[in-house]
Structures are given as structure tokens and as C-alpha cells.
Ligand binder design. Sequence first.
Ligand code: ITT
Length: 199
Amino acid sequence: MKTLLLATTNPGKIQEIKAILTGIPLRLLSPAEIDLRLTIDEISSSYFGNAQLKAQIYANASGLPALADDSGLEVFALGGKPGVHSHRYSPNAAADDRERCLYLLDNLKAHPQPWEARFVCAVVLYSPSGEVLRSFGECRGEIIPEFRGENGFGYDPIFLVAGTNKTMAELPDEQKNQLSHRANALRAAMPALREFACQ
Ligand code: ITT
């Protein structure tokens, strides 16, 4: 069976990608499982640019094909912010997920509700010999001014998923892994991933 390295330092993403790709005959490894610790400056202004950067650097460093995800939250009242900078969206560089959510809510106070938003996810698979595939997914919803639920990570507790009346953090894992931006991006890539796995 082929090995695929998950080119991310985010444990929440690793858990979700492993669950979503169950059924694809690939051995999925995290960087920690091969003792690989890289720090990457996400210098691109696009999700695909950063996903490509991460996939390429991990593939070259490990000699393994690597799958990267660059994702973010876009709030329409804020002109699409925090967007590609979702992970660094706070004046405090050491802020945690909760503080980033509070900062976002603070910035939204002046705007009327509903605070429509979407999560987006760009996925790139790179082998040491070049790009294998890229794919995009989104999940629509709205930001709410309270924290609900314990699952997931990042902005999940304040993101109400359209059509569910639940935040991402209230959805059971199986449901988040059906509806999420990450699930949609990876589902669109399934045929190419299966082909890659069986080559
Ligand atoms: P890697 O770059 O190592 O993959 P990261 O967390 O820095 O990890 P990104 O640069 O793609 O990943 O930043 C995405 C940020 O967007 C993430 O840290 C969260 O704040 C937010 N985000 C992305 N997907 C999310 C999800 O499914 N649920 C909640 N927040 C999410």
C-alpha cells in the first residue's frame, strides 16, 4: 500500500482527513509519526498557493507524496476576513483558538446580524516528482455570538452550519466529516485519489 504524508501541524485536520479518507487504500501518516518537524512561512496570499507550498516542502523533505490543506473562514460582513490569514487573525501572535474567536466577535459587533460566512478548503497533493492533484471545497453558515459545542477546533464553536441549527463544534465527527469544507474538497478529489492509490 502507498504511503501518503499529511502535510499539516494541526492535529484537528489530521484527525479529520484520516476519517474522511477511510476507505481509500493509502497508509496515512502525520509528520510526527515520521519525526518530521517543519516550520513553514505561509507567504502566499491564496489558499492554493499556501497548500502547494506546504505539500511541496513536506514532499521534498520526506521523499513521500504529501497532501496539504490550506483553509480558512470568510465572513461576508468583514469583506472575507479572516480568510487566508485565519490562523493568525489576532493582534496577539500567541492567541489561541478561543481568543481568535473572541477577536472576530468583537470585530463583528458593529455589523447587523446574521453574520453570513463560509469555511473554505484548498487541498493539494504533491509527490516528489510534481503536483498530483488539487481540489477545493466550501461549507456555508453564519457566525453566532456565543460558543456552542466541544468538538472540532478553530472557529467551529461559533460557526452555525447552514441547514443544521448546530455549530460545527456541536456536530458529531461523522456529520462534520460529511458536511465540512474539508470533506467537500476531499470528496471532489476522491476519484483522483483512488487512481493515485492504485497506480
Ligand atoms: P497547517 O498550516 O499546519 O495545516 P494551520 O492550522 O495553520 O495548520 P491553516 O494555515 O490552513 O492551517 O489555517 C487554517 C485556520 O483556519 C485554522 O487554524 C483555523 O483557525 C481555521 N479553520 C480551518 N478549518 C477549520 C475548521 O474545520 N474548523 C474550524 N476552524 C478552521
